[in-house]
Design a protein around this ligand. Structure first.
Ligand code: SF4
Ligand code: SF4
Length: 397
């Protein structure tokens, strides 16, 4: 994930895990990726890919604080260094700065646009705010309408938090109503730890920090996933792609889940800051997880370094006994290490804070996942599960 505008953003969302990263670079106020760095990054990143297929992920901060000219230069450099490769780009944005011109650019160049939106207005505007404290929902929806108008490929990235976590059906119906076919959502879990430079969020290395009050609770998360799944599984399988459910099915059939949090090991997605500093992961942008700078060491070398390999392997190696014995370990893999700050039933540290929610979800969906696995094994579409699920629900009544 590269950050061409660093952590800078035109908004001030209350739960943002990235906004405060600019405090780590207070000495470099412009926080803008230079042309020299961009070229080095694109050249070395393409060269480091083992396959023909190369994906660039532009992230923020707010990516659209950079001009269209910047992204045109990206394409020029990708052509220069990756002429023999298939290159794709995705860009994550809060959606408020989208214009007709941006949408034309994305459509013409086949870029995938990820929009951060947390569901209906009453939930979205709880935490996703302008700097003056007003809600951003109306501006984001204006952006979504532009994407639809220009036929841009887009997906929604929502966070599940304390405010929207009790209304999975309202949340899901909202995304259906705006024509969203690709839905990703991620649980918000943050802890508070005040740092000398003004940052206030804890890293995985901070041990006993208090939970931030916007964090989803494990019980909420479990209920949210189960109820949303129940809604999806009777009508929308193969029609609306919910990343969490696709990844769960992938693990069920022994394929790569495509979601680092549910993978056995991680460490394949570093975060590149505007000045070339590379970090182990987008959620580990803390001084203690800095791998180096790509102007001094090629990005491929840093990503294959012992430090990074150990970081990725630690996801599996550091699983507590409760996870190792868990019947759903193959599906959960202890989720993200950054959330492993509670203790197991036996008092062993390192259990995932969301464990209860995940366990409830995997236990709930197991019969459906078994059914879909069987359909796939017999070369039938997994969407057959919808009819089966409807009959199952009717029989229960
Ligand atoms: S640390 Fe967490 S978010 Fe980062 S790559 Fe690993 S599982 Fe994914
Ligand atoms: S459900 Fe809980 S115990 Fe099982 S693997 Fe996940 S975090 Fe570990």
């Amino acid at each position: 994930m590269s950050k061409p505008a660093g952590a800078r953003c035109n908004l001030a969302c209350e739960y943002c895990y990235y906004l405060e990263k600019s405090k780590m670079y207070a000495q470099q106020p412009s926080q803008t990726m230079s042309d020299e760095l961009l070229e080095r990054f694109i050249r070395d990143y393409i060269a480091a890919q083992p396959s023909q297929y190369v994906v660039f992920s532009w992230h923020g901060g707010e990516t659209l604080l950079r001009s269209e000219a910047f992204y045109r230069r990206v394409i020029e450099l990708q052509r220069k260094y990756g002429a023999d490769r298939t290159i794709e780009n995705s860009v994550q944005t809060n959606g408020t700065l989208l214009t007709d011109a941006w949408c034309e650019f994305f459509r013409e160049n086949g870029w995938l646009v990820g929009i951060s939106i947390d569901g209906p207005k009453q939930y979205h505007d709880r935490y996703r705010l302008h700097r003056d404290g007003s809600g951003t929902f109306d501006d984001v929806m204006r952006g979504v309408e532009l994407l639809v108008k220009h036929n841009v490929e887009w997906n929604a990235l929502a966070v599940v938090n304390r405010a929207n976590g009790d209304d999975p059906i309202g949340f899901y119906e909202f995304f259906r109503s705006i024509g969203c076919r690709y839905l990703q959502f991620t649980p918000v879990v943050e802890r508070i730890e005040h740092h000398a430079d003004g940052r206030w969020l804890a890293s995985a290395a901070d041990r006993s920090s208090a939970l931030a009050d916007f964090s989803v609770t494990p019980e909420q998360w479990g209920r949210f996933l189960c109820r949303l799944f129940d809604r999806w599984v009777v009508e929308d399988v193969g029609r609306i792609f919910v990343q969490m459910f696709d990844a769960t099915l992938a693990n069920w059939v022994g394929e790569a889940p495509g979601m680092c949090t549910l993978s056995k090991i991680c460490g394949h997605a570093g975060a590149l800051e505007f000045n070339g500093d590379l970090y182990a992961c987008d959620h580990f942008v803390f001084p203690e997880y800095r791998l180096g700078n790509i102007l001094q060491t090629p990005i491929g070398e840093l990503m294959r370094s012992r430090t990074q390999t150990e970081f990725g392997d630690a996801k599996l190696r550091s699983l507590p006994g409760q996870c190792r014995r868990c019947r759903y370990r193959f599906a959960c893999n202890g989720e993200c290490p950054r959330n492993r700050f509670v203790s197991t039933r036996e008092g062993e540290p390192g259990l995932n804070y969301l464990c209860k929610g995940y366990y409830k979800f995997f236990d709930h969906v197991a019969p459906y996942m078994d059914f879909m696995r069987n359909e796939l094994a017999h070369r039938r579409p997994p969407s057959n599960v919808m009819e089966w699920a409807r009959r199952r629900t009717a029989a229960k009544r």
